[in-house]
Design a protein around this ligand. Structure first.
Ligand code: FAD
Length: 317
């Protein structure tokens, strides 16, 4: 089932969560344990992230340095399909511009269609570590709006190979990312919103936000989107803090602020266990207010840690 249909049919806030594929060489145990511990709360769909290649340097026996590109978390499509088949819950694999050519993307979408997957989240992705700015993969897309357009073209049976005849249309529901606190590369919030609108105009069905820790930022963002004529559902993304160092790591990685009250509480925590309690309580507080304001869905960045997600949904639904 398509995420947009699930949202439109639901009269109250639903719940979804996001998982990482296992590290190369690991089995899917963490994923299945996470899902099984949350099944009681009726998650309506599950997102699976995608990770592009990373550059690694290693010293060889003769002292020379070898540079190689490796994907540490392959397997998004296979994991997504196995989840959907095993649990009967719709999945949303993430599709990236970075690291993929348009042809590779098309092949991935064809595979997803054969596997019965109807949803994707279309993202640009970040540059490879060490790149100052994102550089498009040769033969790939520069921004997520171009990727959305490629996926939308398939709804009309337009494949990259224009000579193909009697083409089967592929009809994916498309989500895109939005940034209540602005994307870190954007010169200003207005331009960021303009580019977000471009993704929606290209055919995106809904927006999922970057994590935020102050609900006011989300509500303001929704108001600004509506004022700019963006009418699609805007799903808030919640990240329960579970490590003390996330006090500084999250703002650095995601270009977001932690409210002073939360920052002070985390700074006072003696260890990760204490930080997890603070982070979970904060997320519960956020979730309750969001649900009271009737947001379409709560999207939780679970990333393989399910006990705090469980506490949030237990407290809220
Ligand atoms: P875009 O929408 O392309 O925007 C990127 C930047 O370019 C912005 O500053 C925007 O304002 C600007 N811009 C947009 N369009 C144009 C244009 N036409 N011309 C000029 N500038 C433009 N990353 C992963 O690697 N894997 C994942 O699985 C993943 N999942 C995510 C899930 C969610 C819900 C979110 C919020 C983020 C996720 N990310 C993931 C991170 C994401 O890839 C990065 O934030 C990335 O830097 C931007 O992606 P985007 O799709 O928002 O890009």
């Amino acid at each position: 089932m398509k995420v947009i249909d699930i949202i439109n049919k639901s009269e109250k806030t639903i719940f979804s969560f996001e998982l990482l594929p296992p590290l190369k060489g690991n089995d899917a145990g963490v994923i299945t344990r996470t899902i099984e511990s949350l099944l009681d709360y009726n998650p309506q769909y599950i997102n699976i992230t995608t990770h592009r290649e990373e550059q690694e340097y290693r010293e060889l026996a003769d002292g020379t340095i070898e540079k190689r590109a490796i994907r540490k978390r392959p397997g998004t499509v296979a994991i997504a399909a196995s989840i959907q088949y095993k649990y009967g819950i719709p999945v949303v694999p993430h599709i990236l511009c970075g690291g993929f050519t348009k042809s590779e993307t098309e092949y991935m979408l064809i595979d997803l269609n054969f596997l019965g997957i109807e949803n994707v989240l279309a993202l640009r992705g970040d540059g490879i570590k060490g790149q100052q700015v994102f550089q498009p993969t040769p033969g790939g897309h520069a921004n997520a709006n171009e990727l959305v357009k490629q996926i939308v073209d398939l709804r009309e049976g337009k494949y990259l190979d224009s000579d193909l005849k009697n083409n089967t249309p592929l009809d994916f529901c498309i989500g895109v990312a939005g940034y209540p606190e602005k994307h870190f590369e954007s010169p200003n919030p207005e331009l960021d919103l303009q580019y977000l609108k471009q993704k929606v105009n290209a055919g995106a069905d809904y927006i999922v936000t970057q994590m935020f820790f102050d609900n006011k930022k989300y509500f303001d963002f929704v108001d600004r989107c509506r004022a700019a004529g963006i009418t699609v559902p805007i799903i808030p993304g919640l990240k329960p803090i579970n490590l003390k160092n996330q006090l500084t790591v999250l703002p650095k990685i995601f270009s977001i602020d932690l409210p002073q009250e939360l920052a002070l509480e985390l700074a006072r925590c003696k260890d990760n266990d204490a930080a997890k309690i603070v982070g979970t309580e904060w997320a519960i507080h956020q979730a309750k207010e969001l649900v009271a304001r009737n947001v379409p869905s709560l999207h939780i960045y679970t990333y393989g840690i399910s006990d705090n997600t469980r506490k949030i949904v237990e407290a809220v639904f």
